[in-house]
Design a protein around this ligand. Structure first.
Ligand SMILES: [Cu+2]
Length: 171
């Protein structure tokens, strides 16, 4: 019991953005769910996946506890006629060998739909990611504010400018 409590204390002391999980050739970093206002019907999730292998892989799906959201889709966001629009990536998100793919505000994201409860900062929810070759992994994704998510993404992208506004989910 003492060992478990010690392990828990160490886990809690680590900043969420530092979390790195490895699944086969895939390295997953900075998983986060965006906090939502009460009664928001959807929420977004973000992470980075680096494929260190020699073979292409693909993120093909994601699942969450139905007590949190009815379903999770893989979405992309792009400007169309001057308006940010998002659409489902029905063929999955390609992970080329040697490349790092970033799900960030304004770009690729996990879309939690049919939300049954708001996401509050400080919470974490288990999300299962399914990859074509690497298989499945379940991550505890911490709930962060948009500002915190952008900060982590900006550090990761080394100063690359993040798009302003997201079209959906204003908070
Ligand atoms: Cu979306």
């Amino acid at each position: 019991m003492r060992a478990i409590l010690t392990a828990l204390a160490v886990t809690l002391a680590l900043p969420a953005a530092a979390e790195t999980v490895t699944l086969g050739d895939l390295v997953i970093t900075r998983p986060a769910l965006r906090a939502t206002p009460p009664a928001a019907p959807v929420a977004a999730g973000f992470l980075s996946v680096e494929n260190t292998g020699a073979m292409e892989d693909k993120l093909i799906g994601a699942d969450i506890d139905p007590a949190v959201a009815g379903m999770v889709q893989l979405h992309q966001m792009a400007m169309a006629d001057g308006v940010m629009q998002m659409s489902e990536m029905t063929d999955g998100i390609l992970l080329p060998p040697g490349a790092k793919v970033d799900l960030v505000p304004g770009g690729l994201h996990l879309m939690l739909m049919q939300m049954t409860q708001p996401l509050e900062p400080g919470q974490a929810h288990d999300v299962t990611l399914s990859f074509e070759k690497a298989g499945e992994i379940t991550l505890a994704m911490p709930v962060l504010t948009l500002a915190e998510i952008r900060e982590a993404a900006a550090e990761m992208l080394d100063g690359m400018e993040m798009p302003e506004g997201e079209g959906e989910l204003s908070r």
